[in-house]
Design a protein around this ligand. Structure first.
Ligand SMILES: NC(=O)c1ccc[n+]([C@@H]2O[C@H](COP(=O)([O-])OP(=O)(O)OC[C@H]3O[C@@H](n4cnc5c(N)ncnc54)[C@H](OP(=O)(O)O)[C@@H]3O)[C@@H](O)[C@H]2O)c1
Length: 322
């Protein structure tokens, strides 16, 4: 599989990466383990988790799956969200709740809303240190390849003490590279040359057909930046494909209104930018893994596909803005 180099880190990544948000939450440990094994066997080498995914279960499962071949995968995790005691108690009911979340439409979104409302943020340096220590234990490793601040507000990227702590953890070898995973406007700020002293090596940003402004603002700057760029959520967490399906524009451009083709188009649209090293998506079912990896074999977008995507994305953005 093609490999791309991540900014000035020297890390080489497959263009698709495995998002571990469903691991140990909506996907069971068995399903998640199978999906990770399959993705790894097919050439995926970056696995992106966070301390909050599955309320800790995601890091544990990821660590268990790759414990015996740690040097063959790039593990990224994040800190910043803190969940309430109520949420910790509810997490014990996960095995009972999982079938409901899968079967009853709307329950998945309701669960996501509950998690959000029961979650606060903490980026205090001491908390960051404790989070790194705790993630190392859960992952069963002695280093984290990229450690991201998870959705920090703008005020946090102004704080030198936060980045000094991350620098110390990097100097101690607990993390290899410092990253920020967040809103595109906060990330844009971090690409300014004045911010280079903070030591941020990697940014992770949502980029898809419904996030055209993020792509237009970030990608030109990324060309000359030493910071490596990882994109995430080609399907906009389930919003892109329903919006694409049934579009009149597909007929006008003589493109197939076929779910598999559209998923592949969504992936290829983001990956056509050479500034993006890897694209993180959640894919648990073998069908999704197969479909998404097949997209990598399909080559660049044709002129027609390119014109379709751009005009569709622009229209989606302007109707969003109005
Ligand atoms: N702030 C942050 O740092 C942040 C925020 C969000 C996500 N993330 C990272 O990004 C990853 C991806 O996020 P996400 O799951 O929200 O967004 P996403 O990758 O855009 O959406 C994934 C969903 O799309 C569907 N899907 C996947 N492959 C498909 C295919 N070939 N055809 C049709 N549908 C397909 C699946 O939904 P169904 O299973 O329901 O069909 C899957 O759960 C996460 O796992 C996490 O690692 C980071």
């Amino acid at each position: 599989m093609e490999q791309r180099t991540l900014g000035s880190t020297g890390l080489t990544l497959a263009p698709l990466a495995f998002g571990c948000a469903p691991v140990g939450s909506i996907a069971s440990i068995r399903q998640s383990t199978k999906a990770m094994e399959k993705a790894f066997d097919l050439g995926i080498n970056l696995f992106d988790t966070a301390d909050m995914y599955g309320l800790g279960a995601s890091e544990k499962v990821l660590g268990q799956v790759f414990r015996s071949r740690r040097d063959r995968v790039i593990i990224t995790t994040k800190c910043g969200y803190v969940y309430s005691t109520k949420l910790k108690l509810v997490s014990k009911l996960k095995p009972l709740l999982r079938p409901l979340v899968k079967r009853i439409s709307g329950v998945k979104n309701a669960a996501a809303r509950t998690i959000k409302s029961e979650t606060n943020q903490n980026f205090e340096p001491q908390y960051i240190r404790e989070s790194v220590e705790s993630s190392l234990i859960k992952l069963g490793t002695d280093y984290i390849d990229i450690f991201f601040l998870h959705d920090p507000p703008r005020t946090i990227i102004e704080r030198d003490d936060v980045f000094q702590m991350l620098g110390t953890l990097r100097d101690q070898g607990k993390i290899r590279f410092i990253g920020v995973s967040g809103e595109w406007d906060v990330c844009l700020e971090l690409m300014r040359p004045e911010k280079s002293g903070l030591g941020v090596s990697v940014l992770q940003i949502e980029m898809n057909l419904l996030k055209q402004e993020a792509m237009d603002r970030i990608l030109p700057l990324a060309k000359d930046s030493p910071i490596g760029l990882i994109a995430r959520q080609p399907f906009g967490h389930g919003t892109v494909l329903p919006a694409l399906r049934g579009s009149d524009r597909l007929t006008r451009f003589k493109l197939q209104d076929d779910p598999r083709r559209l998923a592949q188009l969504a992936i290829r649209y983001v990956l056509q930018s050479p500034q993006i090293t890897s694209l993180v998506t959640s894919m648990i079912s073998p069908q999704h893994i197969g479909c998404n990896l097949e997209a990598l074999e399909m080559g660049p977008l044709s002129d027609t596909e390119q014109r379709f995507c751009r005009s569709w994305a622009d229209e989606a953005e302007s109707s969003n803005a109005s």
